[in-house]
Design a protein. Structure first.
Length: 167
C-alpha cells in the first residue's frame, strides 16, 4: 500500500473589492443574475457567469421545480447555454455566488458534484483550464486555477471505450 496526497491551491481575497477588475466584473454579473433565480422552495439563489475565450459572458441561475430533480443548477444552466450558443469557444473562467434570503452567506459557495463534473467536461473538451471564482454574499472570495482542483480523482472520457472501435 502507498498513500498519495491530493492538494489544491486556493487564492483567498478578504473581500470582492480586492479582486482584479476582470474577476470582480465577472463576479458582479454572477451576483446580479443570482437575484433573479427561480428558487421558491429553497430560497437559495445561485448565479453563475462564464467568460468565454472570445470575450463573451454568459450567465445562468438556478431554476427550481416542485419535483426537485427537475430543476437545474446555475452553473450547468450557464455552461449548457454557453456551449449551445458558442459550441467551439472555450470557457476561460466562471464566477459563482449565492444569496440566501434567510441568512447571510459569509463564506464562498462551491458548485455541487454534478456541476463540477459538467464543468470538467468543458476543460477536457478544450484542453484548457477554467478558472473558478467563488463567493458568498459577503466575506472572502476564493479563486481556483482549474475545475480539476475542485474534483480530484475525476472521471473523464479517458475511462470510456474509444468510439472509433465500438459498433
Amino acid at each position: 500500500m502507498k498513500i498519495i496526497t491530493l492538494s489544491s491551491e486556493v487564492q483567498v481575497y478578504e473581500r470582492a473589492e480586492e479582486l482584479p477588475e476582470e474577476l470582480a466584473t465577472l463576479l458582479k454579473k454572477a451576483k446580479e443574475v443570482a437575484l433573479s433565480a427561480y428558487s421558491p422552495y429553497s430560497h437559495f439563489k445561485v448565479g453563475a457567469a462564464i467568460m468565454l475565450n472570445n470575450g463573451a459572458v454568459v450567465t445562468g441561475n438556478n431554476q427550481e421545480n416542485a419535483a426537485y430533480p427537475s430543476g437545474l443548477c446555475a452553473e450547468r444552466t450557464a455552461a449548457f447555454y454557453a456551449s449551445s450558443q458558442y459550441p467551439q469557444v472555450p470557457f476561460t473562467r466562471i464566477a459563482i455566488t449565492a444569496v440566501n434570503s434567510e441568512k447571510e452567506l459569509s463564506q464562498p459557495v462551491s458548485p455541487c458534484g454534478n456541476c463540477r463534473q459538467a464543468l470538467l467536461e468543458y476543460e477536457q473538451k478544450f484542453n484548457q483550464n477554467i478558472e473558478v471564482i467563488l463567493s458568498g454574499q459577503t466575506g472572502e472570495v476564493f479563486v481556483i486555477k482549474s475545475i480539476k482542483d475542485l474534483l480530484p480523482c475525476s472521471f473523464t472520457a479517458d475511462f470510456l471505450l474509444n468510439n472509433d472501435v465500438c459498433p
